[in-house]
Design a protein around this ligand. Structure first.
Ligand code: G3P
Ligand code: MG
Length: 448
C-alpha cells in the first residue's frame, strides 16, 4: 500500500468519547475510544498504541479478504509518534481477575497501564492487547467499557473475545441458535458477525410456551422475541456466546435440539446422533467476579450439558470450545501483534517475546505454555500468573506459569526488568556497556 493511502487510512480512524459512544456510533468504521478527560489531548494515555492497533487490525482483515494484497507495507512504515514504543516485546492481558473484577478496575491496573504507556524508568512504551474469554457484547462495546474502567484510550483492534473466532462460522451455518447473555445482546453480536438467521431460546419459548415449564418470558423478553414457524426451521448449529441467564430453560432447549433429527424442533432422533453441533465461546469452569470466591462459568454449563445428555440418551456428547486455552486464540493474537509491528516498524515478524498476564491456570497459563511450545508459535510466549483472580495463593496451579506475581503492575515490572536485562546483556557482549551493568540489570529481576 502506498504511503499516501496508508495516511488516508490513519486519518479515517475516529476518536470517540467512551462516556458518550454507543454501539451504533462504532459501526461507522475504525474507532478508538477515549476517556472524556483525554478527548482534547492529541496524544493521551494509550493513544499511539490504540491507534496503531486499530490500523493493524484493519489491515489484517483486509489481508484476509483480499488475496491479491501483496505489496509489503514494510517499505513505508507509518510516521512514528515522538515517544517510540519498543518493538522487542509486547504484553497480552486477560481481563477478568487481572484488570477488572465485578466491573471495577483492580487497583493496580490503572497504574499498570500508565507504566506501559511511558511512565517507567526506561522511557519506553510497550504495546499491548487484550485477550479475554468474556463476551456477551461486541468487541466494540467491551472496548467502550474498558476505556471507561481503565481511563485509557482503547481500540477494538486491541481486543480478542472468546467468541471472536465464531465470526468465521457465519459462512458455514445459515440458521443458528444463539444462547446466553443479556437480553438481545448476543443476537446482535451474532448478526454483526454475519450470521443470517439467528434464533434465540426466547423465540422458541414465545412460540411454544410449554417448552420450558418453569420459565416465563418477561414483558421485555416477550416483546423482543420473534414468533416463527419452527416446523419449517432447521437449526444447523448451536452457539453459546455468553453465560446463560437461565440454565434450566437453555439446557432444556439445547437438549431438545441435540436429540432432534437435523435440528428440527419437536422431532426425535432414534440414534441421538443427528442433532446440530454445539460451540461454546470458552470453557472456563470458574471465573473471578466481585464475590470473594470464584463463580461458576460457561465451562460449568458445558460439563453439565454433557452429563445431562449422557444421562438422558446414554451417549457421549462432543462439543467444541473456542477462547483460551485454544491455540488458535494465541495464534490469532500473534498475527495481530505481527501486523502491528509491520505497521509501525516495517518488520514483518512478531515481537520476540509476548508476556501473557492471566489469573486462570487452566485457560491463561495452559494456553500460553502450550502455544509457546507448539510449532505454531514463532515467538516466545511467557506466562505470568497473578493472584488477584481465580488463582489463590497457597494452592498449586495445575499448569505452572513461568512467573507468579501479586498483581498486574508487578507483572509489567517483571517483564520490563527482564527485557532491560536482555538488552544490557546484548550491549555488554558488543562492548557497549560494562559487564557489571548487565549483571546489575539481571539481579534486578524479581525472582520467585
Ligand atoms: O466469562 C468470562 C470469564 O470466564 C473469563 O474472562 O477475561 O478472565 O478471560 P477473562
Ligand atoms: Mg481471567
Amino acid at each position: 500500500m502506498a504511503a499516501a493511502a496508508q495516511n488516508a487510512n490513519a486519518a479515517r480512524i475516529r476518536r470517540l468519547s467512551s462516556m458518550d459512544a454507543n454501539r451504533q456510533d462504532l459501526i461507522g468504521g475504525p474507532t478508538v475510544l477515549v476517556p472524556p478527560q483525554q478527548l482534547m489531548a492529541l496524544n493521551g494515555k494509550g493513544h499511539d498504541t490504540a491507534m496503531t492497533f486499530e490500523r493493524a487490525k484493519m489491515h489484517l482483515e483486509e489481508a484476509v479478504t483480499s488475496s491479491e494484497e501483496t505489496s509489503p507495507r514494510s517499505s513505508s512504515p507509518c510516521n512514528l509518534p515522538q515517544a517510540t514504543p519498543t518493538d522487542r516485546y509486547a504484553f497480552a492481558f486477560d481481563i477478568d481477575g487481572v484488570l477488572i473484577r465485578g466491573g471495577k478496575p483492580i487497583p493496580a491496573a490503572v497504574e499498570a497501564m500508565k507504566m506501559l504507556n511511558g511512565e517507567n524508568p526506561y522511557g519506553i512504551k510497550v504495546p499491548y492487547i487484550f485477550v479475554t474469554n468474556g463476551g456477551g457484547k461486541t468487541e466494540e462495546e467491551r472496548c467502550i467499557d474498558l476505556s471507561k474502567q481503565l481511563e485509557l484510550e482503547v481500540s477494538p483492534g486491541q481486543f480478542i473475545c472468546g467468541h471472536t473466532p465464531m465470526r468465521e462460522m457465519a459462512e458455514r451455518y445459515h440458521t443458528v441458535l444463539v444462547v446466553g447473555g443479556e437480553g438481545e445482546k448476543c443476537r446482535e453480536v451474532a448478526e454483526g458477525y454475519g450470521f443470517k438467521d439467528v434464533v434465540t431460546p426466547g423465540d422458541i419459548i414465545k412460540t411454544k410456551q410449554d417448552v420450558t415449564p418453569f420459565r416465563k418470558l418477561t414483558e421485555q423478553e416477550w416483546k423482543n422475541s420473534r414468533n416463527r414457524d419452527f416446523s419449517k426451521t432447521k437449526i444447523e448449529a448451536i452457539f453459546v456466546f455468553a453465560d446463560s441467564r437461565d440454565w434450566a430453560g437453555d439446557q432444556q432447549i439445547i437438549l431438545d435440539l441435540l436429540m432432534s433429527k437435523d435440528g428440527q424442533l419437536g422431532s426425535r432422533s432414534e440414534t441421538f446422533d443427528e442433532g446440530p453441533p454445539v460451540y461454546f465461546s470458552h470453557n472456563d469452569i470458574v471465573w473471578s467476579t466481585s464475590h470473594e470466591h470464584v463463580r461458576i462459568g460457561m465451562g460449568a454449563l458445558r460439563a453439565s450439558l454433557e452429563t445431562l445428555f449422557k444421562a438422558v440418551t446414554g451417549k457421549e456428547l462432543k462439543t467444541t470450545a473456542f477462547g483460551k486455552p485454544q491455540l488458535g486464540t494465541f495464534s490469532f493474537a500473534t498475527r495481530l501483534l505481527q501486523q502491528w509491528r509491520k505497521e509501525v516498524y516495517g518488520i514483518d515478524k512478531p515481537p520476540k517475546t509476548v508476556y501473557f498476564v492471566g489469573d486462570t491456570p487452566e485457560s491463561d497459563i495452559k494456553g500460553t505454555n502450550e502455544f509457546n511450545e507448539s510449532e505454531m508459535s514463532d515467538c516466545n510466549w511467557h506466562s505470568i500468573l497473578v493472584k488477584t483472580g481465580v488463582y489463590q495463593e497457597g494452592t498449586i496451579p495445575r499448569f505452572p506459569p513461568k512467573k507468579t506475581v501479586e498483581n498486574v503492575l508487578e507483572a509489567i515490572r517483571y517483564g520490563m526488568q527482564r527485557e532491560f536485562a536482555e538488552v544490557m546483556k546484548e550491549k555488554a557482549s558488543n562492548g557497549e556497556v560494562d559487564a557489571e551493568k548487565a549483571t546489575e540489570a539481571e539481579n534486578a529481576i524479581e525472582e520467585d
